[in-house]
Design a protein around this ligand. Structure first.
Ligand code: C2E
Ligand code: CA
Ligand code: CA
Length: 471
């Protein structure tokens, strides 16, 4: 081989080696791009469901701790329906950006499809502290959406979301299990309008015990196993009976007397809650009408679950008022502050209509949530019920005294009546009276009682018929 042809040969070999290497690099790059595309959501650029699996499964296989947050936008369908899919897509991209920026490097966010996002949080702390950490993170994500300046074109979009939390270990071992449980928690959060909920097996309507109870509840309503107990509400000086609060009980044939906490949480996750609300309203007003006929003149308060606080409630109230010929001004509907805060627009509209109808509305458990009176501004309610955690140890804890006295003063300035619940001692009753509290309720006066005992109590206290000093 001449030197020239040898050189040409070397060059040829070099070229082919280099191009082979280049080709390999290109093929690898192409494959990587393909893999990336397969795990990427084309709209938002976030990971997709496959990416979620590929991130979570190795961690779960190694028994690593993992938090899963499932986020679904509330009312996103309205954006699509009213502004069109292009506008919906535009908003989803902004939502993805806001969420990713808020999450930072604390986890991985993926879009599962539609308006559903999943966040994987590796290594949350152990036990309750980990759950608390995940709740804080979830609230941060929702808060970021609320101030996220979302818009479709020039139209500002106000979107909220609901998040369900599942934690590997207690809530499931596989990703499939965690997704299913986070989904249940997310729907529960959505229905209860509370923003964030962690999965709770006890209130999972799909867990066997709960399903069984739910099945029985339908029958219980017909079989007179449900009952209302009535707890008196008296005037601030303890001297006059002003009304009763109806509290539901279930005389379960096998389990005995069940309290609301034993069955309400999962009833609230099904449409049965509307039937229950209707039953409670009608039963309570029938009882009140009977007492009225017997000379016991009082108002009647009924608790309304957050999930029942929709336009359907107005029909139920109308029906109960008509059936019992009850005066709307003597009906009080107690709704929790969390229900109002999470869906201020919807709740406001319902409360407004109830007020127009002449029904009184009370904000229950006031102070238990993270609300301030500012949130209630402009809301057409009549009463505030101070949560019993501030009332029951009022005398022992000066801080509670400060909270209660400022709530009373502020509420009065806003023209609201104040009810203290959980009054357990004479000392608390005296202090509340001195602070100008309008109504008192609690074990100190009476526990919730079956109807006949409630009437007997009113007679014994000299309250059936005439206003008589109690203490
Ligand atoms: P709530 O509306 O805050 O009702 C007051 C609860 O405090 C009742 O518990 C009552 O028994 C209890 N309580 C009353 N006085 C005292 C006291 O002095 N000290 C203490 N420690 N507790 C007192 P209950 O009957 O177990 O009801 C729990 C919750 O279940 C209620 O809280 C209410 O949110 C809900 N609930 C009850 N009945 C109904 C209903 O018919 N419909 C709906 N949606 N919710 C209901
Ligand atoms: Ca209540
Ligand atoms: Ca309460």
């Amino acid at each position: 081989m001449s030197p020239a042809s040898a050189a040409a040969w070397v060059v040829a070999v070099l070229v082919s080696v280099v191009s082979a290497v280049a080709l390999t690099v290109l093929v690898r790059q192409r494959d990587r791009v393909r893999v990336e595309l397969a795990r990427t959501d084309p709209l938002t650029g976030l990971g997709n469901r496959r990416a979620l699996h590929e991130t979570a499964e190795p961690l779960l296989d190694r028994d690593g701790r993992l938090g899963l947050l499932l986020l679904d936008l509330d009312g996103f369908k309205d954006v699509n329906d009213t502004l069109g899919h292009a506008a919906g897509d535009e908003v989803l991209v902004q939502v993805a950006t806001v969420l990713a920026a808020t999450l930072g490097d604390r986890g991985t966010i993926t879009r599962l499809g539609g308006d559903e996002f999943a966040v994987l949080v590796p290594d949350p702390q152990d036990g309750d502290r980990g759950v608390a950490e995940l709740e804080v993170l979830s609230k941060r994500l929702l808060a970021a959406l609320a101030v996220g300046d979302l818009h479709a074109g020039v139209v500002p979009i106000d979107l909220q979301g609901s998040i369900g939390i599942a934690v590997s270990g207690p809530d499931g071992r596989s990703l499939g299990e965690l997704l299913q449980r986070a989904d249940i928690a997310m729907y529960a959060a959505k229905r209860a309008r509370v923003g964030v909920l962690r999965y709770d097996a006890a209130s999972d309507p799909h867990s066997t015990g709960a399903l069984e109870l739910l099945g029985q509840l339908r029958a219980a309503m017909d079989a007179d196993q449900l009952a209302l107990h009535y707890q008196p509400k008296v005037s601030g000086d303890g001297g006059r009976l002003l009304g009763f609060e109806a509290l539901v009980r279930w005389n379960h044939p096998v389990r005995g007397l069940l309290l609301p906490a034993d069955f309400l949480p999962f009833v609230e996750r099904t449409h049965l809650i509307h039937a229950l609300t209707r039953w409670v309203l009608i039963t309570a007003l029938r009882q009140a009408a009977t007492w009225r006929a017997q000379g016991l003149q009082t108002s009647m308060a009924v608790n309304i679950s957050a999930v029942s606080l929709d336009s359907g409630l107005l029909g139920i109230v109308e029906e109960a008022l008509a059936l019992t010929r009850w005066n709307p001004a003597d009906l009080v509907l107690e709704i929790t502050e969390t229900a109002i805060i999470h869906d201020p627009v919807g709740a406001r509209a319902v409360v407004e209509r109830l007020r127009e109808r002449g029904v009184r509305v009370a904000v229950d458990d006031f102070g238990a949530g993270s609300t301030s009176l500012v949130h209630l501004r402009g809301l057409a309610v009549h009463e505030l019920k101070i949560d019993r955690q501030f009332v029951s140890e009022l005398v022992a804890h000066p801080e509670d005294d400060v909270i209660v006295s400022s709530v009373i003063a502020l509420a009065h300035k806003l023209g609201l009546a104040v009810v203290a619940e959980g009054v357990e001692t004479g000392a608390a009753a005296d202090r509340l009276c001195a602070l100008g509290c309008d109504e008192l309720q609690g074990f100190y006066f009476a526990r919730p009682l079956p109807a006949d005992q409630a009437m007997a109590w009113a007679r014994a206290e000299g309250m059936a018929g005439a206003a008589v000093e109690l203490r």
